[in-house]
Ligand binder design. Structure first.
Ligand code: ADP
Ligand code: MG
Length: 281
């Protein structure tokens, strides 16, 4: 039997996150199955930030959820395995060093509305066997400071609905970091934020993953976000990976038609933005 539980997590060499031939299917309503994630394989190394992009409905979120072991009912994982540091992820759930989901689009609704921020942080810290009691409380306050919340005490006592969008995303990041993960998976973490807050959260994600040498899998439909933050992109289309490579190469020289469509749409958005600000043309 493989040891598991806090303190017994076996860690090996890179790549940190290794997803191999992942498949997710839903019942199609007439007795069959509709495959929505099909043979997805990818890796994320230590200190590496990888973007998962693709048009809406291409299977990005279900890939992220399946990696986290959170495939929504009645979906099921048909194939594949997820390894973190060479260990099957199902064996390291709840350990230090697991994969941790970060932020869903709406951090406010992803946080549990009935518990204070402090309670949720302490619970996560204790569940992962990092610290207990007063030490867990102090660690929670420290984490709030690490995600650049200037005044941790009131945030610690606050409830999710009392936070701004940017604060909620920072709290989600603190919660994700509370279990001391090696890899963070973030699904559209900045989509619901204004541009200034979005830039701050992206800067924070970059800094924290750099400082801790974490892997980051960033799901986004927004190529501007991807261009700013990730080293490598993986493009999904209809549940499959159709293209991948270094960010600049893929964005400057997209090969698959769906990647080209994403790049063209992003360029149109940029054009609109520039002309609205009196630039270009
Ligand atoms: P993306 O994040 O790229 O926009 P998703 O991973 O959310 O796409 O969804 C991929 C496909 O799976 C879509 O066609 C979507 O309709 C389908 N899907 C997602 N969630 C469910 C669900 N709970 N039940 C049935 N089908 C779903
Ligand atoms: Mg999605």
């Amino acid at each position: 039997m493989t040891p598991s539980g806090p303190g017994f997590c076996v860690m090996a060499a890179e790549p940190l996150l290794e997803v191999d031939d992942l498949g997710v299917a839903f019942p199609d309503g007439s007795g069959g199955r509709r495959v929505v994630v099909d043979g997805v394989s990818l890796t994320v190394g230590a200190g590496e930030r990888v973007g998962l992009v693709g048009e809406s409905g291409s299977g990005k979120s279900l890939t992220a959820l399946a990696i986290l072991g959170l495939t929504p009912e009645p979906g099921e994982i048909g194939t594949g395995r997820v390894m973190v540091d060479g260990v099957e992820s199902s064996e390291i759930a709840g350990c230090r060093g697991g994969v941790v989901g970060l932020v869903l689009q709406e951090a406010g609704s992803a946080l549990n509305p009935v518990y204070s921020i402090g309670y949720q942080l302490v619970e996560t810290i204790e569940t992962h066997g990092i610290a207990r009691g007063e030490a867990a409380r102090l660690r929670a306050l420290e984490l709030l400071g690490e995600v650049a919340l200037e005044d941790p005490e009131p945030i610690y006592g606050a409830y999710p609905h009392q936070l701004s969008g940017g604060q909620a995303q920072r709290v989600m990041l603190a919660l994700a970091l509370a279990g001391e993960p090696r890899v963070i998976v973030a699904d559209e973490p900045t989509t619901a934020l204004d541009l200034v807050t979005q830039a701050q959260i992206l800067e924070l994600l970059g800094r924290i993953t750099d400082e801790r040498n974490l892997g980051l899998l960033l799901v986004s439909h927004d190529l501007a976000v991807i261009a700013q933050l990730v080293h490598r992109v993986v493009v999904m289309h209809e549940g499959r990976i159709v293209e991948e490579g270094r960010t600049a190469e893929v964005l400057q020289n997209p090969e698959h038609p769906s990647t080209r469509a994403l790049v063209a749409a992003a360029a149109r958005m940029r054009g609109l933005h520039d002309s609205a600000n009196g630039g270009v043309e």
